[in-house]
Structures are given as C-alpha cells and as structure tokens.
Design a protein around this ligand. Sequence first.
Ligand SMILES: [Cu+2]
Length: 538
Amino acid sequence: MAKTNNPYTDAPQTGITRRYEFNISRGVIAPDGYEKRVILVNGQFPGPLIEANWGDYIEVKVTNSITDDPPEGTAIHWHGFLQTGSPWMDGVPGVSQCPIAPGKSFTYRFRAELYGSSWYHSHYSAQYAGGLQGPIVVYGPRNAEYDIDLGPIMVGDWWHKDYYAVVKEVMAPGYNGQSSSDNNLINGKMNFDCSTVDAGDKTPCTDDAGLSKFRFAPGQTHRLRFINSGAEGTQRISIDEHNMTVIANDFVSIEPYDTEVITLGVGQRVDVIVQANAETGSAFWLRANLSSCSSVKQPLALAAIYYQGADINSIPTSTPWNVPDPGTCANDDLELTKPFYPMDLPEPSWTQHMDISTTTNASGNSLWEFGGVTARVDYNDPSLLRSRESGLQFESDYNVINYGSNTSVRIIVNNPGPSPHPMHAHGLNMYVLAAGPGNYSASTTVLNTKNPMRRDVQIVTANGFIVVQMDATRNPGAWPFHCHVTWHSSAGFFSQLLFQPDELRTHLFEIPRDVRQTCRDWAEFTDRVVPDQIDSGL
Ligand SMILES: [Cu+2]
C-alpha cells in the first residue's frame, strides 16, 4: 500500500535482476525532419525503455562505441535512483567514475529503491542533449486507481546543432546567454517548417515528419508519465478539453489534485491520471509549450490522442485550455503538493547558503558560480575514488562541500539572476521547504515543515529562492547538487555534497574492480587521445 509502506525502506526483496545491454554510438537522425548528428542507445532515440518492479535490481551493460568523429567517453546517470550503498553506479564522470573509454564496457548495477517514472541520460558534458537519453518505469504501489498505463512520455526541447557545437557556443568568450532551441519534441517526434531554416543552411530537411500518437479507451482512466528530458526549457503540458489528476512528482507519490496544465522543469517528472470522458471516435491534442522564461524558436510540441474508433490519420480540432503562460517557470504551489506517504522533517544539523551568481573568467567566458565556485571536474580523477585513496583534499573547482558527519543539511539557494534553474540533487529526495520570489528572509520566509514536498528536482525561479533540506546519514557518497539545464552545468553550475566521508572510507565502500578498470582504460585512452574538454565536463 502506498500509504502504509515507507517508500524509502520497504521495497520488497524480489530477488529479480532486470538486465539490459546498451550500445552507445554516433548516428544521424531527423526526429522532426531536420537531420542532426546524434548519439544513440542501440540506434534508438529516445533510447529503449527500462522497466522494473519496486525492489528489483537493474543491470545495464553499457558499451561505448563512440569510436570516431571524434572518439568520446560516456557515462550514464540513472536519474532519481538513490544508489544507497552503490555510489559508484551513479554515472557521473569525474565524480563517481571515469568515463567509459571508446571501445570499452561498464556494467551498472543498482536497485529500484523507489517507484514511479524516471529516465536515464548521459552525464558526460551535454551529451544527453545530443540524444543519449531514455525512459525508466518502476512499477510499485498505487496511490490512485487507473485502468490503462500509457507509459512514459518524454518531452524535450531540441537543438538542430549537435550538442558539442552548442556547448562551444555557450562556452565561447562573450556568449550572451541566449542559445535558442529549434523545436520541441514529444517522444522524439514533431513536425518542423523547413522554410524557417537560416539562409544557406543546406542540411537535409523534410516537412511533416510526423507526430506521436496515443490511444484512449472511452470511459477508462489512463496514467500518463511525463518526463522533461530537454536541455533547458520548462514545459507547460495540457490535454485539450481534459483535466489531469496529478498523482506523482518525480519518484514521490502525492495526494492527488486536479489541474488543466502541469509545469515541468528539466529533469522533473509528473504522473497524471486522465479520465477519457469524451465520445468514441473523437480526437484531441496533447500540447507541450516551452515557457517564455527560456529562449526558444518554436515552443509548441503536439501529439494526437485518438479515442477508440477515431481515424488515426485525422487532425484533431480540439480547443486548448485557456492557460496563459505566467512566464515564471515556477513549479506548482507547495501547498498543492503533499507527499502521499507523510514524513516528518528532521531538525537540520547544519544550515547554509548556496547562492547563484555569474562571473567572467580571464579568457572572457561567462560562467556560473554555485556557492561562489565555478565547477570543473577531472575525468581522470573522480572525487569518490579520491575520497578513499588520497584523503579528502579537493581542488576548489571540484566544488566539493564536505558535510562530515552531519545528519541533515538545510540549503538556502538565492537566485538573483534572470534565468530559472531546475535544481537537481543526486542520491536523495530533497525536502522542499520554501520556493518563492525575491531572496530568502530569515524573518519573513515561511517554511513548510509539516510533511513537506519531496522530490529530486525543484525549480528556483528567476529572481527567486528555494529552501531545501537533505538527509545526510542514510547514503554516504559524493552527491551532485546542480542545475539540470545542461548548458548551465557545462558552464560550471555544479557542486558535490560529500556525506559521511568517514563511512565512505570503510570496507563497506571498497572501490569495485570494474570501477578501477574503467579508470585504467580511460587513462590508457587519454594517453593517446586528449579529449577536448571545453566545459565543466558535466
Ligand atoms: Cu541553470
């Protein structure tokens, strides 16, 4: 039961391992009709669905076949998975592992400790904006009834340039902060108007590439699992003439509430139930709009929903909800989102500010600072390995914050700038105690301490703040806490929270043999080829 089973501790011992093999390679695809150089999983975009039951183990053998044009490392992060006792499996290069060298394999093994909807993506530079991403569903107890599971719906902004070209643009001296996405995709599909390309652009382009299509059974209830797998833009998602009942945010079931539109920052997930209460044979648009708080050329993604009996080649003529974009990119009010399984907030043993700022370095690159530091990792020297082998000294640009034996850490993030940031924590769900405009104020900010929302990504709005808290005892490790806008983390918006380093140095956290081997392989590769790490590496 979702109400009585603690989602963090009561996962059943199923004794089952779900095994997958991923081959990562370069390719050329045209999901919206415009050809783009990408990086694919088993030749697919989005990558294959990973499915498991709550309590299962998931094992993925990842082979890096990015062997030329140029050869490149990779590492895959399993978004939202706690990795309790398995910090090596978190998939962050320069933090939990060395990148998987071209031609080499690494097998990730971790437990589905939580249940719900999520995704995997490369954490190597901005590779996931180049296609390396896919959905994950973990089936678990229900907090609301429904008849049909429509599965994951990945929604993401899409750049026509390959990811490395965009990183180059973002990292160039004098960058003005505006790299516009070209389109918006639902499950890797959308049309594009090829007449709008820049003059002289000879890239092959076809109009009417086609849209994603979904089926509704009249009278039945349907579960839809929305995932924002984009690089930057916040999505506002609605279904014409249908209400949605929100039942989960990220990997956290919540008390259901109804809405006409959901707001989804990069990395976030929202699960909804939709009652198919229209007539047999009717058709409706599912709309995802990129909010105006980021810079986009074509904000609207469409998918068609066909009721049984409808002509699946017909074009829906449904009416959109009147839900104007407030332009704030704020998540729904915390009053609306209450975890279904209530938990008490522990007393924080430490409270600190981690504010967001920008800086220009000596070469003229505009970079982010998080807690006053612009981060950059060394792929050859991951912090987790170092925390065992060479003491707890890190160069300042690792941006490691050592919390020692703290039990629960409260972090206040003020964002005085004009961009919103979806803040993502690895290895845990944050308690979200407050989110609002302006700066946090110790005297006036009201903290929501009674069964506060928990999730792994929370948006801090432009000129806004959030207050989050993280339990630091249950999961020793070096856990990234960063902005999920991939161009922002490339430009240094990244930190690592080191929890319980003394435990990390016990025999319980011996460095696995394969993790060492991956570093040896990477060292051998980088002796021959020096990767052009023009960004933070993340
Ligand atoms: Cu950001």
